[in-house]
Write a protein that binds this ligand. Structure first.
Ligand SMILES: O=C1O[C@H](COP(=O)(O)O)[C@@H](O)[C@H](O)[C@H]1O
Length: 252
């Protein structure tokens, strides 16, 4: 595997090159958040100019906080933006693990509070019980997407598409017909609901936002020559199956 010199002296490890991926590497998390926010805001302005509205699907978890805050400060016509999480943990939207709460607290603030949220969570027992309602809502209010920014776990999952996904034909196939899937995984403490790749791939602007050498190595290994697509990590399907190649936004 090829490596090159680090971006800054703060980076002790050499940076692993990832063939076939458009990478924008930043020296630190602040630069990464600002760079990604500027790019996404440009995409949103373009979509608003072309279609009158813009739809933005965003990762949950810990990585996006700084980026969401930077994006919320971007001047654009937020009332014309629809925002949804790419996946949701099946917990109330007040729970600290809720991805909806993350969006409310870190993105839908200040000028960005005018954006319309399309939640994936419903206050019912299971994601399976809510699936039909969420599917209709997403199909009518969110699709097609204009921009999708995904994160990745250290196990190679994207959205809530985990390596132990049973319905790979629905979740990871670019031609899968369902936009939303209920998820049970041994990798997470709660059930989940997620956009499928066929829904995510409706966005002409796709980003993978990750931090740290460990995740970069996971990504490089997932995309290495000879990996079997049928058993590959979900991130492999995202990067290789997308109609428009996703751009990697990364910092050490
Ligand atoms: O559970 C999730 O994990 C991934 C990665 O999150 P991070 O905390 O490692 O940044 C995230 O992209 C996904 O949306 C989220 O629900």
């Amino acid at each position: 595997m090829r490596t090159r010199m680090p971006l800054s002296k703060a980076t002790a490890m050499p940076v692993i090159d990832i063939p076939h991926v458009r990478a924008r590497d930043f020296a630190d998390a602040v630069g990464l958040a600002d760079g990604l926010a500027t790019t996404v805001a440009t995409d949103l302005r373009r979509a608003i100019a072309e279609r009158g509205v813009a739809t933005l699907a965003l990762a949950g978890g810990n990585t996006p906080r700084r980026f969401l805050q930077a994006l919320s400060r971007q001047p654009l016509d937020w009332a014309k933006v629809r925002v949804l999480p790419v996946d949701e943990r099946w917990v109330p939207n007040t729970d600290p693990r809720s991805n909806e709460r993350l969006l409310r607290e870190h993105l839908l603030q200040g000028v960005a509070a005018a954006a319309q949220l399309v939640p994936l969570y419903r206050p019912v027992e299971t994601p399976e019980a809510a699936l039909q309602s969420v599917m209709v809502d997403v199909a009518h209010r969110a699709l097609p997407l204009d921009v999708a920014v995904l994160g990745m776990g250290e196990d190679g999952h994207i959205a809530s598409l985990f390596p132990d996904l049973v319905r790979r034909d629905v979740g990871l196939s670019p031609a899968g017909r369902a936009p939303v899937l209920a998820i049970r995984t041994a990798a997470a403490p709660e059930p989940r609901i997620t956009l499928t790749l066929s829904a995510i791939f409706t966005a002409p602007a796709l980003y993978l936002h990750i931090e740290g050498a460990a995740k970069r190595r996971v990504l490089a290994d997932a995309l290495a020559d000879g990996v079997n697509p049928g058993t590959a990590l979900p991130v492999h399907a995202f990067v290789t199956g997308a109609p428009t190649a996703p751009a990697l936004y990364w910092c050490p």
